[in-house]
Every structure is written in structure tokens, then in C-alpha cells.
Design a binder for this molecule. Structure first.
Ligand code: BG6
Ligand code: MG
Length: 216
């Protein structure tokens, strides 16, 4: 049976993809090109550095190392201005119910995110205390779909990968969970996340009964 749960952050616990999008769009516009919501899909689950590389490709912009570093900082400062305004009202529907249910069953939980801002965001929305361990952009070297982020999480929680469930909204994240040998649950569009073992539109569709069966 399942002994632990690992949650992605952006797009699973909070809808921060919209803030990432606005910050990248501002930079693109400053550099003289458009950046669409559709293109933003490619940025989900991808590191900040890789996102900027893709963005510059989209705009056909070449950058010196110095410009590249400046734009990374600028994007993050704009993003953090949005994060600064966040509170618990931005937690996605039924996430607290699922966290409370699992906590009530003494099931350990970890975060598995590519973001270097993960701790700050969890603190802002008041969910930090649910997680025994945060694996995030500050302690992961290999990006999803590499399983590293989730394998570190399982290791820190002291459970085998096969006994872990992962909640993910990104294709690369589902692949990372599958590559880790974990049970993958896609949160979002089933046609995009078809590689997941289970699919739900959001947490309102995940019943306590379903969770109870996983851990029984
Ligand atoms: C992921 C997001 O969770 O974190 C990506 O899906 C983002 O879009 C990545 O680029 C890195 O985030 P940050 O906060 O370190 O820039
Ligand atoms: Mg995500």
C-alpha cells in the first residue's frame, strides 16, 4: 500500500503559473515580442534558467551571459512582487481537505517542486507545516522528467518509491513520477496528462474514500 504523498507546488497547490506567465510576458514585451498562454504551457515544471532559454528562442533573441543573468533576476523580482501579495485564498480548491485528511491518518508528505521560491510560497499561503520535507529548486540538480526530485523526497520520508503517490500538473512531472516507480496522479487536463496512472480535474474530484483505499 501507499505510505507517503509528494505534492508538486505550482499548478497543484496554488495557481502560480499565471504569475510566472505575467512575469515572462513582461520580459518578452520589453524585448519586443509576444509570449502567449499557449507557449506558457511549455514552461510548466521547467527550471527558471531553461524557461529563459526557451523564451529567448521564441523571440529569436541572443543574449550575452551578463544579459541572461540580468533577465533571470528581473523576471524573478517581478514574479516575487506577485507572490508577496498571495495569501491562503489562493490555495486551490480542496487542497486543505486532502492535506488534513492525510495528516489525520499520519501519512508523511513532502513537496517536490522545481521552484526556488517554494518555501516562500508555502509560508505565504500558510501550508508549510503540512510538509515534513521540501525538495525544491534549491536542492535538485536534475530537472523533471528525471526522477531525482521525487526520489530525494521518498528517501527523506524514509519510504520506498513504490509506496509513494505523486500529484502533478505537468507532463514532465508525471514522467518524473513514473520514472521514479511511483504512483502518478495527474491534476488538470486528462488529454494532456494521459501518461498519469490516475487523472482528476482538480482536488474536488479526489474523495477521502479514494485516498483511504490508496493507503489501506
Ligand atoms: C515550476 C514551474 O514549479 O518551477 C515553472 O512550473 C518554473 O514554471 C519553475 O519555471 C521554477 O520556478 P522559480 O520559482 O524557481 O522561478
Ligand atoms: Mg506544476
Amino acid at each position: 500500500g501507499i505510505k507517503a504523498f509528494i505534492f508538486d507546488l505550482d499548478g497543484v497547490i496554488v495557481d502560480t503559473a499565471k504569475y510566472h506567465y505575467l512575469a515572462w510576458k513582461k520580459l518578452a514585451n520589453e524585448l519586443g515580442f509576444e509570449f502567449t498562454l499557449e507557449q506558457n504551457e511549455l514552461f510548466k515544471g521547467v527550471s527558471r534558467k531553461r524557461c529563459l532559454e526557451i523564451l529567448l528562442d521564441i523571440g529569436n533573441v541572443t543574449a550575452t551571459q551578463e544579459q541572461f543573468d540580468t533577465w533571470m533576476v528581473e523576471k524573478n523580482e517581478d514574479y516575487l512582487a506577485y507572490i508577496d501579495e498571495m495569501d491562503s485564498s489562493e490555495i486551490l480548491p480542496d487542497v486543505p481537505r486532502v492535506l488534513n485528511y492525510l495528516k489525520g491518518k499520519n501519512i508523511p508528505m513532502a513537496l517536490g517542486s522545481a521552484s526556488k521560491n517554494a518555501r516562500a510560497i508555502l509560508e505565504k499561503v500558510g501550508l508549510i507545516s503540512y510538509f515534513e520535507y521540501l525538495v525544491d529548486g534549491t536542492n535538485v540538480t536534475k530537472a523533471k522528467p528525471d526522477p531525482e526530485v521525487f526520489l530525494i523526497g521518498a528517501n527523506k520520508l524514509g519510504v520506498s518509491p513504490e509506496a509513494c503517490v505523486v500529484f502533478e500538473d505537468a507532463v514532465a512531472g508525471i514522467q518524473a513520477a513514473n520514472n521514479a516507480g511511483m504512483t502518478s496522479i495527474g491534476i488538470g487536463d486528462e488529454s494532456i496528462l494521459s501518461e498519469a496512472q490516475y487523472n482528476f480535474k482538480d482536488f474536488t474530484e479526489i474523495s477521502n474514500d479514494f485516498l483511504g483505499q490508496l493507503i489501506s
